[in-house]
Design a protein around this ligand. Structure first.
Ligand code: PHE
Length: 345
C-alpha cells in the first residue's frame, strides 16, 4: 500500500518534469493542475495517514520535493512562454511602417545663447573657465578692487549665506577672474559662463538670478584697442556682419577705464524702439582695462602685464533674440515655454 502511494508521488513528479507548454493557455492549465487551489499534489498529502509512521518523514520530504519541482517548472515554463511571445511580436513588426514620433529634448534659451557666445570666443583662442557660485567676499569683491564700504556689498544687494558675513552667492562672474589669476600665469585668455545672484525684487525686467559670460585677457601690452577689436568681432559674429557697436564711458571698481558696449538695433521697428527705449542702442556688456590693483591683488606684476575684461548679460540677449517679454519665464521651466526653442549647439 505505502509503496503504491510513494510510486504515485514519484509519477506526479515525473509528469511535472515532462510537461512542455508553448502557449499562455497551456501555461495556465499547468498552473491550475499543480499550483491551483484544487491541484493534484494536495490529495497526495491526504495519503499521509496511510503511510506507516517510520516512513512518514521520507514521504513528507518527497511531497515537498514534488511541490518545489512544480513551482520551479512553472517559473521556467513562464520564462519560455514570455520569450516566445516576444519572438512572435518581433516577427509581427511591420518594417515598412513609418516610425512613431520621437520625443526630442530642446536646449534652454539661456544655454543656446551662452553656447553661442562660448563658440565665438573659443574660435579666437579663449578657453572656458568655470568656478563656484558660492564665493567668499575676497574673490567676489576685495580682489576685484571693491572697497569695504561699497554699496554692492550691502545685504540689500548681495545674498550672504545664513549667519555669514564672508560667504555669499556671487554677484557677478568677475569672481572667476580672481580665481583664474591667482592660479594661472599670463598669458591668460578665458571666458567664464555661469549663474549669478543679486538681491533684487523679481519683476518682468529683473530677477534675483541670471547668467553672465565673463571674459578676461591678460598678457604683455594688452591695450584698449585690443579690447575694442575683440568686442567688435564678437558683436559681428553674434548679431550679424553689419553690426555697429559703440563704447560708452562707464565705471566698474575693477576696470579703468571702463565702458559699456551698445549694439545698434535701429529705431525702424516698434520692437527695436521698445527694446532700446527709443535710442536704437541696446546695452550688451560691461568692459574695461583690468585695474592694476586687481592684477596686484592676484600677484600679477602690473608693470609687466595688462589686460582687458568684459561681462556679458545673457538673459537680455536671449529675450531680445527670442522676443521673450518677461524674464520670469526663463526660470519657471514650463515645458510649453522651453520646448519652443531649437538650436544646433
Ligand atoms: N561684473 C560686471 C557686472 O556684473 C561686468 C563687467 C565685467 C564689467 C568685466 C567690466 C569688466 O556688471
Amino acid at each position: 500500500m505505502a509503496d503504491a502511494i510513494f510510486q504515485k508521488a514519484e509519477e506526479t513528479k515525473q509528469k511535472i518534469l515532462d510537461t512542455e507548454v508553448t502557449t499562455a493557455e497551456q501555461l495556465e492549465a499547468f498552473r491550475i493542475q499543480y499550483l491551483g487551489t484544487k491541484n493534484q499534489i494536495k490529495p497526495l498529502f491526504a495519503e499521509m495517514r496511510n503511510i506507516p509512521n517510520e516512513r512518514k518523514k521520507e514521504y513528507g520530504q518527497l511531497l515537498n520535493d514534488v511541490k518545489q519541482t512544480a513551482e520551479q517548472k512553472f517559473d521556467s515554463l513562464k520564462a519560455a512562454v514570455a520569450g516566445d511571445v516576444t519572438q512572435q511580436t518581433v516577427a509581427d513588426i511591420d518594417m515598412t511602417a513609418p516610425p512613431g514620433e520621437l520625443m526630442v529634448g530642446s536646449r534652454h534659451p539661456v544655454s543656446i545663447v551662452m553656447n553661442r557666445i562660448i563658440n565665438i570666443f573659443t574660435k579666437i583662442g579663449f578657453t572656458v573657465a568655470e568656478d563656484r557660485e558660492i564665493e567668499d567676499d575676497w574673490h567676489n569683491f576685495t580682489a576685484m578692487n571693491t572697497p569695504e564700504d561699497h554699496p554692492a556689498r550691502d545685504m540689500q544687494d548681495t545674498f550672504y549665506l545664513k549667519d555669514s558675513t564672508t560667504h555669499l552667492l556671487r554677484t557677478h562672474t568677475s569672481s572667476v577672474q580672481a580665481r583664474v589669476m591667482t592660479s594661472q600665469k599670463p598669458p591668460i585668455r578665458i571666458i567664464a559662463p555661469g549663474r549669478v545672484y543679486r538681491n533684487e525684487t523679481i519683476s518682468a525686467r529683473s530677477h534675483c538670478q541670471f547668467h553672465q559670460v565673463e571674459g578676461l585677457y591678460v598678457d604683455e601690452k594688452v591695450s584698449f584697442a585690443d579690447m575694442k577689436q575683440t568686442l567688435d568681432y564678437f558683436a559681428r559674429e553674434m548679431y550679424g556682419p553689419e553690426t555697429k557697436i559703440r563704447l560708452r564711458p562707464s565705471f566698474f571698481p575693477f576696470t579703468e577705464p571702463s565702458a559699456e558696449m551698445d549694439v545698434w538695433m535701429g529705431t525702424k521697428t516698434e520692437e527695436a524702439k521698445k527694446l532700446t527705449k527709443g535710442t536704437g542702442w541696446l546695452e550688451v556688456l560691461g568692459c574695461g582695462i583690468v585695474d592694476p590693483n586687481v592684477l596686484e591683488n592676484c600677484n600679477i606684476d602690473s608693470d609687466k602685464y595688462s589686460g582687458f575684461a568684459f561681462g556679458i548679460g545673457i538673459e537680455r540677449s536671449a529675450m531680445q533674440k527670442y522676443g521673450i517679454s518677461d524674464i520670469r519665464m526663463i526660470f519657471e521651466n514650463d515645458i510649453r515655454f522651453i520646448s519652443q526653442f531649437r538650436s544646433e549647439i
